[in-house]
Ligand binder design. Structure first.
Ligand code: XIL
Length: 359
């Protein structure tokens, strides 16, 4: 018997839908779970990976409402020569985000790393100010209305540099003094008054690491100065590269720090979340359980703070994880710091994210 057109269509649809059910895509979208808790969720990506790997791109599109350029908007990507800008990779990422309906968290306008080789080590004050203002004005205005928020200054605090104000002695600080921060935020704000401007740093997470606890104080002092002087800063970023081998010491002191930041009228973003399993022993199942538990315990505290508006992981799948590459395991096995495994399947960490967003 000849099937009716309707039946044929239904059959076709059923066939088309069947594999999707068995695929990792069946895992509920993290971005929707995050949205139910009033938060944005996204991840850092390299635009060329999204182009080369459609299955990975589909995973990112499904789960992420925010894309962060892992490297594409850093100075060494954008600035091949002193007077030249190359927006190729950054524009590609902007197009991919648009196609996915994702917003962009820009990363990063000033950092002491990822600087191009041509940049002088010790520029004069005049030269440094010209470079800083030019770069930020040009980049932020190009993506005005397309990049919703920016890491304006990345890793500005370094207590080991032993300045009384705790600021890192970066090329920017050496040339311009501590005012480089104000200059960076003001320039970004003038180029896109609607963009949310962020100061992001690492080492603010653990309650039982004394230098991190001290760094929270240094960061608060810096934020107070910036706010007192009326600088256009809107958020603080916690990178949150967490350590699977450490006990997950996240409790009241972390909650208090977040509240103190919020009391300054600032939002809080988790900007680079992952959990290293470099030094974790045991088989993947055991390591995955510890990694997931670390994600859960950290976010349990962090998500109790209403000022926390966005959670971004540093990658999404173990297939592409700079953290796993930079911190190789002694046994030679591939690191598993991300929510999805190298086959793009959700791990316990993905379930942990889903749970904390739904709690
Ligand atoms: C890392 C990228 O993931 C790598 O691909 C690159 O080689 C070096 O930079 N803190 C940051 C990020 O703010 O920009 C860094 O990203 C990881 C640490």
């Amino acid at each position: 018997m000849r099937p009716t057109r309707r039946r044929a269509l239904a059959g076709g649809l059923a066939l088309a839908a069947a594999p999707a059910i068995a695929q990792p895509a069946a895992f509920p979208p993290l971005t929707q779970a995050a949205a139910r808790s009033g938060r944005l969720f996204g991840c850092a990506v390299e635009p060329h990976r999204l182009d080369a790997d459609p299955a990975f791109a589909a995973l990112v599109a499904r789960h992420c409402g925010v894309l962060v350029p892992e490297n594409a908007m850093k100075w060494n990507a954008l600035r091949p020569a002193p007077e030249t800008f190359d927006f190729g990779a950054a524009d590609r990422l902007a197009a991919q985000a648009k196609a996915m309906g994702a917003r962009i968290h820009g990363h990063c306008l000033l950092w002491h790393e990822a600087l191009p080789a041509w940049l002088p080590n010790d520029p004069s004050r005049r030269e440094a100010e010209r470079l800083l203002r030019d770069h930020i004005a040009r980049v932020v205005s190009r993506y005005r209305g397309r990049v919703a928020s920016w890491d304006v200054v990345n890793e500005a605090v370094e207590r080991n540099d032993r300045r009384p104000d705790g600021l890192r002695i970066s090329p920017w600080l050496r040339a311009l003094g501590p005012d480089y921060l104000a200059m960076a935020f003001e320039t970004a704000h003038a180029a896109d008054p609607a963009a949310r401007l962020t100061l992001s740093d690492y080492g603010l997470e653990y309650d039982d690491v004394s230098w991190m606890v001290e760094k929270r104080g240094t960061m608060l002092d810096l934020l107070r100065r910036l706010k007192r002087d009326g600088r256009p800063i809107h958020a603080v970023g916690l990178q949150a590269h967490l350590l699977g081998e450490r006990p997950a010491a996240f409790g009241q002191p972390l909650a208090t720090f977040l509240r103190q930041v919020a009391d300054l009228g600032l939002e809080i973003y988790v900007t680079e979340l992952d959990v290293k399993d470099q030094a974790l022993e045991g088989d993947p199942a055991r390591r995955d359980a510890v990694v997931a538990d670390t994600y859960r315990r950290f976010l349990d505290v962090v998500l109790r703070e209403p000022a926390v508006r966005m959670i971004n992981t540093w990658g999404l799948s173990d297939r592409y994880s700079a953290t796993a590459d930079f911190f190789p395991r002694a046994d030679g096995s591939k690191g598993r710091p991300m929510p999805f495994d190298a086959d793009l399947k959700p791990k316990l960490a993905a379930h942990a994210l889903l749970t904390v967003f739904s709690d």
